[in-house]
Ligand binder design. Structure first.
Ligand SMILES: [Zn+2]
Ligand SMILES: [Zn+2]
Length: 311
């Protein structure tokens, strides 16, 4: 039986976007117009400006509609906060596709207070309001697997942020795979995103993005594709095809030096080579894994990641 990852069979074209960014309406340093200009002029097709939705900043849902052009669009959103994680710190949740009048949480600042929603409750409310929801920067937050389970248990997240470029440049804690792979091994179905989380306070921009397959560069089409999982994530390389044909996986990509398949627990396998644009691998090693996912690595060490495939 042959199965092609839906992102490669879905109609439309690939559109490059960053889903996590801040402006000076919260703790970023640039005006929303300049943030949008920079992403537009770097060749991005779309941007979600996701300022911190807390009281100290007046609960901003930054209006980026004036900065749309014929070739560049924006999705309204915010990084939303409420409730304490196991370590006592405030939840950070990415919500892309929020209505302008989304009701604020009782979140005055960056410390949890009593009488506020839990993180999972706020995430569920954002999802009901139409947002694509992701658990932000797990490694930077010190998020535990049990924190992540609490949001997955109520199906209040579409994805985990597995690479956060700001956390890479600012504190060398970019990872979300430790948490995501554990949830996937437990049978949860979540996708993965790479983002910038740019504040423009350091070289925290243009380092991680999503490539969304959509029929139009419009917010609703992009959001639909994000929610369906019709995208992959990248720091540079392109993923061009992923096909599971019986017990073999076939991957096509821009020139890379490694293709890695990861599954549950210790299940993982790599193919190395020079300027490979295609690679294949038997899947026997993954016979006991409920999922696999693909990573490709180019000669500069930059990666691209597929969403999971479930058996
Ligand atoms: Zn955050
Ligand atoms: Zn952020």
């Amino acid at each position: 039986m042959t199965h092609r990852l839906s992102v490669f069979s879905a109609p439309g074209r690939f559109l490059r976007g960053n889903l996590h960014t801040h402006s000076n309406l919260s703790d970023g340093v640039l005006d929303p117009s300049e943030v949008c200009r920079r992403y537009r002029d770097e060749g991005y097709h779309f941007l979600a400006l996701t300022d911190h939705f807390v009281g100290v900043f007046g609960y901003p849902i930054t209006d980026t509609l004036p900065f749309r052009t014929n070739s560049f669009t924006t999705i309204l959103g915010a990084e939303i906060h409420s409730g304490a994680m196991e370590n006592g710190e405030l939840w950070h949740i990415l919500a892309v596709g929020l209505p302008k009048d989304f009701t604020p949480a009782n979140a005055p600042g960056f410390s949890p207070v009593t009488d506020q929603e839990t993180g999972p409750e706020l995430a569920a409310r954002a999802m009901e309001a139409g947002a694509f929801v992701a658990i932000a920067h797990p490694q930077w937050s010190g998020l535990t697997v049990s924190d992540a389970r609490s949001i997955a248990a109520v199906n209040a997240a579409h994805a985990v942020e597995i690479y956060n470029h700001g956390c890479a440049t600012g504190c060398d804690r970019p990872d979300g795979f430790a948490v995501l792979d554990q949830l996937l091994a437990e049978g949860r179905r979540l996708n993965l995103i790479a983002t910038d989380d740019a504040h423009f306070t350091e070289p925290d921009h243009f380092g991680g993005w999503v490539m969304v397959k959509a029929e139009a560069n419009e917010p609703e089409a992009l959001l639909g594709a994000l929610k369906r999982g019709d995208f992959y994530s990248s720091q540079g390389p392109e993923l061009r095809d992923v096909v599971i044909d019986g017990d073999t996986i076939h991957v096509e990509m821009s020139a890379c030096s490694a293709m890695i398949v990861s599954g549950a627990g210790s299940a993982a396998k790599a193919v190395h080579g020079h300027s490979m644009t295609r690679a294949a691998m038997p899947l026997r090693r993954f016979a006991n894994s409920p999922f696999i996912r693909v990573t490709v690595v180019d000669a500069a060490g930059k990666r691209a990641w597929s969403n999971p495939h479930y058996f």
